[in-house]
Structure formats: C-alpha cells, structure tokens
Write a protein that binds this ligand. Structure first.
Ligand SMILES: N[C@@H](CCC(=O)N[C@@H](CS)C(=O)NCC(=O)O)C(=O)O
Length: 203
C-alpha cells in the first residue's frame, strides 16, 4: 500500500482529508498547489475541476472532500466506518447536510471574523451568517441530545465531516451557548489530537 497523496495543505479544505488521514493513522503526503497559478496538467488529471482537495490513492483519483472522507473510512474500516447499510446511509446524509446547510454561512462567518485581513472584513456578514445557521444548528442540537455522536454512539466519519463545518463557529461563543450539545460537540472535536494536527491555528 503506497502513501496516500492529498492535494492541498491544512490552509484549504484539504484539512478535512488531512484530519481524516490523521484519525485513521495512515501514511499520507500533503501536496501544496498554488491556487493563484494555472493548474498543472498532472493535477487536472486527478481533479479536472482544478480544486482542492483531491486524492491519488495508488492511482485511484477522487475529488470532493466529503466523498474522499467517506471513501477513506470505508477503505480503512475501524470505528470511523459504517458497520451496516443504515449507518452508511446516515453518514452520507450528514455529509450532504453539512455541505448544503452549513458550508456557505459557516465560511462567511469564518472569513469575516478570522481569515480575511481586518480591512477586508464586512462586519454585517457574521451576524447574518449566524442567523442563517440557527435552523440547521437547532437540528444538530436535537440530534446530539441522545448521544455525543451522530451515528452509532461512537466517533465516526459523520462527526468528522460535520465537525469540519461546526469548527468554523468555535469563536461564536454567545451563539453556541444557546446550543449546549453543539457547544460540547465543538469542544470535543477541537480537543482531538488529529484535529489539532490538521487545522490551522485559529484566532
Ligand atoms: N466542494 C469542494 C470544494 C473545493 C474548493 O472549492 N476548494 C477551494 C480551496 S479551499 C479551491 O480549490 N479553490 C480554488 C478554485 O476554486 O479554483 C470540496 O468540498 O472538496
């Protein structure tokens, strides 16, 4: 088994896949791609979209961060992987849900509170983003009411894929105080050694 090639570094959405590789404890190589430059044809073979992340797993190419993590969970098995078709379906459900319900507003909040240089931030965007997030975060709060985990009462790829987005809200303490289960979830994932290795320092 060769070393997994992950296109992208922790300063991009590739950090989602790097987190997964760290959780699985598999060997990987993070390949930096200059997004401001024209894409290398060799990279476009791996991801014709020219976006990050993408993986080359011994000649098997895949793009889309959520799909890559679901694939790695199933390939390497263990606690993060689905144990049956129902668990698999729930892990896919939460991954699609995270992208469609959390990504846009979550990134808006992160960019205009932390990532963009201060002079480029628009202070009106974070409160609007949090307003938009109230509906899906209430759903997550309820789902985490009966267990600290989303599927199967253990940490799985579903928690990781959803965790990639709720981690954007770590600094929204007043907001999170209204959702104590989500607040505990955010604290628990931020304490994971693999998360700490994969995420750029924030704040
Ligand atoms: N839905 C994709 C989004 C990938 C994406 O937009 N990545 C950014 C970097 S974080 C990118 O490649 N931007 C440059 C571009 O779009 O050309 C995923 O989750 O993998």
């Amino acid at each position: 088994m060769g070393t997994l090639k992950i296109y992208g570094t922790i300063r991009s959405r590739a950090n989602r896949v790097i987190w997964m590789a760290e959780e699985l404890g598999i060997p990987y190589e993070s390949i930096s791609v200059d997004l401001a430059a024209p894409r290398d044809p060799a990279f476009l073979k791996v991801n014709p979209n020219g976006r990050l992340p993408a993986i080359d797993d011994d000649g098997f190419y895949l793009f889309e961060s959520m799909a890559i993590n679901l694939y790695l969970a199933k390939k390497h098995g263990g606690a993060l992987a689905p144990r049956n078709a129902h668990e698999d379906a729930k892990m896919i459900q939460w991954s699609f849900w995270a992208v469609t319900e959390l990504e846009k507003a979550g990134l808006d909040y992160l960019m205009h509170t932390m990532f963009l240089p201060a002079e480029k931030r628009d202070a009106s965007i974070p409160p609007k983003a949090l307003e938009t997030l109230k509906r899906p975060i209430a759903v997550l709060e309820q789902a985490l009411g009966s267990s600290a985990y989303l599927v199967g009462d253990r940490f799985t790829v579903a928690d990781l894929n959803v965790g990639c987005f709720v981690a954007y809200l770590a600094s929204a303490r007043d907001f999170l105080s209204q959702y104590p289960n989500v607040g505990k979830f955010v604290a628990a994932i931020a304490a994971r050694p693999a998360f700490k290795k994969a995420m750029p320092p924030r704040g």
